[in-house]
Design a protein around this ligand. Sequence first.
Ligand SMILES: [Zn+2]
Length: 424
Amino acid sequence: MKYKPGSFTKNFGWETAGRGLVKLHEAIKFGFNSSIKAVSRDSWRANCGIEDSARQLIPLNFFLHNHIVRRADQVSADELVRVAINEPHSRKFDLLALFALNLNEAGQRTNGGKDAQHPASWINEAVRDVLWRADAWQAYGGSNRLRTALEDRVLAEGDDTAPKCATNYLRILELCGFSKRATGPLNTSPIRILPSAYFLAWDRLILDGSLSTLRPNDFIEPLRSREVHKLLGTSWEFVEETAAEAIQLYPGQQTGKSPPKKKTGASNPPGITPPFGGLDEALQAQTGLDRQIERRLRTALAQVRDRKIVSALKIAYNNRCMFCGETLCVATDPLRHYSEAAHIKPLGTPHNGPDHTSNILILCPNHHIQFDQGILRIRSVGQKLVIESLDVKSPLHRRALKLHPGHKVDSAFFEYHRSWHDDD
Ligand SMILES: [Zn+2]
């Protein structure tokens, strides 16, 4: 499908070498008069510091969120505005601004038609369809796939419309630190902009009335349907895990109650106030939480990492049980066959076994249960690891463990497992 590119053919500041998106950072700060409160579109334009009236529209239409209050256009104060005002310019700001552009939830304004509501759909689609692959953004320079994808989605008004739009977007990627010469997956550093990226998405969904509940579970689904992981250049598992943490920190969620109500306009769904519609209390609470955010995210990331270790191990074994050698077919795609990760020395008290590959076996569900119950055990016999079954008639009894050459297990954990069950 083709989309109208709006004023994206113009660029207002990203041509300046080495300045990054400094200009955007300044324009937001000045436009909002350094105060995190919604402003009228007109006063934003008067204050933003950008002289050229056509260029003033770029930040307004593509990076910021607009909404209509009593038939007048307002620019919303959301997480991007909060970051621009409270924090000095940094790569975090650039990446968050890029996320805002890619997310493309730009709100509505009185003179804008349907196209004005999602004026960067062509970017959003190209990022999700072409730039993102295999849980990461892929190098876009060499093959020019991204350029072609961008150009293909722009409804050309003149010969140079589509190439100009693509060039401008690729320039923004460069200014955000993505090299044109890169090959292979690009490091989008999603952790760097978390939890702000989720806050920004939720702010905008609330402002647009697409999110009208405060139940934490309902906050995840819109991220899934908008494929936010692709916009961040990461996996859905990463987003699901870290967003679940971030919800706890989102203003209005800490106590399970909505933030104190203030009149911010008629466009808000009943019972919900956008957290950054001038809510100083919510903002102060937010600032004080920075350390807590960091700690929680680190825990979430450790869990994600451990999960990745487990999936790598399952792939190495092709989901084949290390005891019986069977795979459990639950889908035609062999990568989606089912296996379980069994901890030899169990996690949690009183055992406190480590979540490490040296303590993990890949097993079918039946043998996982038998291993956990101590019916099946492992004994070292010389260099070999041999299965012992309390049911000596079991075909597994005295069979060798089918160990992948790249997988080292620690026999001390097998000893722990045996002695624990010997005490039964
Ligand atoms: Zn098995």
